[in-house]
Design a protein around this ligand. Sequence first.
Ligand code: URA
Length: 220
Amino acid sequence: MAPRKEDASRFLPVTRTLATLTEAVTHCKGCPIHETATQAVFGEGDVRARLMMVGEQPGDHEDLAGRPFVGPAGKLLDQALTAAGITRETAYVTNVVKHFKFEPRGKRRIHQKPNAAEIFACTPWLVAEIEAVQPTVLVCLGSTAAQAILGKAFRVTTQRGEILKSPLVPKVPHVVATMHPSSLLRTPDPQTRELELARLIADLRVAAEILGSAATLTLQ
Ligand code: URA
C-alpha cells in the first residue's frame, strides 16, 4: 500500500480567522522545513483585501523578519504593483509554503525549492487563508504558486496573464498567474530584465482591471 501523505491539517485551529491561523502556524511541524527555519512566516494584509498575492516561500530576509516579501523580491514586487496602479497595503500577501527552505553554504543560506510533499503538507494553511480573506482576485507569483493553485499541468510561461478558475479554491472568482519577481532579479541582462518587468506589470494590470470593473459593478 502506498504511504499515506500527511498534511498540516492537524495543526490548524478549529476556528479559522487570520488571527487564530497566524498564532497556530507558529507551532506547525507539518513537514521537516520547520526544523531549520527561524520561524513560520504567515501572510499579512487586510482580511477584507480583494487582491491576494501568493509567492513560493519566505526567503532569507522574510525568515528573519517573520514577514512575507520584505526582501529584494518584495521591493521589486512593490515597484511593479505601484506601476500597475495597486498599493501593497490594499492586498493580502502570502506564500504557498510558510517556512524558509535553504541549504547552508558558508555563512550564506541558499534558497531551495520546496518539494511536492512539502507543498502538499503546507497547502491547508493557504486554503484557510484564502477562505478567511475571500479575495476577488488571486495572483500566483511564479510556477510553484501557480501549480499549487492551478494544477501541475499549468505553465506560467505560456499561460501567464490569463484569467482562470482554480479547482483548489473554487469560490475565488479570478486567478491570474505571473512570473515570480525573484526570477527577474536573477536575469543578468538589463534589457531582458526591463522587458520582463514590463510583462510582470502587464499581468498585474489584468488583476487591477478586474478589481476596477468589479468595483464598478458593485456600485451599479
Ligand atoms: N519569495 C517568495 O516567494 N516569497 C517571499 O515572501 C519572498 C521571496
